[in-house]
Design a binder for this molecule. Structure first.
Ligand code: HEM
Length: 136
């Protein structure tokens, strides 16, 4: 991510926070609509996971300027995902669903530059998580 992208993610996240938990419902719904084969990996009741996802995104956004502290946490998460039977190819599906649901939630506040910055952020996360999971 470029420094400008870090700034765009940080700023846009402030506007996203109030709608974040609600947006995770739309995110998982659209993920399971597009990729129904992924539903079975997840628990029946998604409320706890929705909360954890928002907490983790908050942690990540707050940590973008401190990669030394952030990376071990992201890599741990990647290793846990391997244990959840998540395969590398699933990350593109999850990333696309997440970006699209954020775009629906934020409307005009999610312009092309902001969208690109979030794509870079999610790609960074996914790459680190996959690499750590594969090495585990
Ligand atoms: C884009 C990066 C991702 C982030 C930030 C993320 C975040 C999280 C978090 C915070 C948890 C809670 C569990 C824990 O902390 O150990 C979790 C669990 C889980 N995630 Fe992800 N995740 C990502 C990608 C994926 C992908 C690609 C899949 C594939 C479908 C996936 C499927 C799951 C499953 C199945 C669980 C466990 C649910 C359970 O049994 O409790 N995640 N994820």
């Amino acid at each position: 991510m470029t420094p400008k992208q870090v700034e765009l993610v940080e700023t846009s996240f402030k506007a996203f926070v109030p709608v974040a938990y609600q947006t995770t419902e739309d995110f998982y719904e659209s993920l399971f609509r597009v990729s129904p084969h992924l539903r079975g990996l997840f628990p029946k009741d998604m409320q706890g996971l929705r909360k954890k996802l928002v907490e983790t995104l908050t942690y990540v956004v707050n940590g973008l300027r401190y990669p030394d502290a952030l990376l071990p946490v992201v890599r741990d998460l990647g290793r846990r995902h391997k244990g959840f039977r998540v395969e590398p190819g699933y990350y593109a599906l999850v990333s696309a669903a997440l970006i699209e649901s954020m775009e629906r939630a934020m409307g005009t506040a999610f312009g092309p530059e902001v969208k690109q910055a979030w794509k870079a952020c999610i790609t960074f996360l996914a790459t680190e998580m996959i690499t750590a999971g594969e090495a585990a």
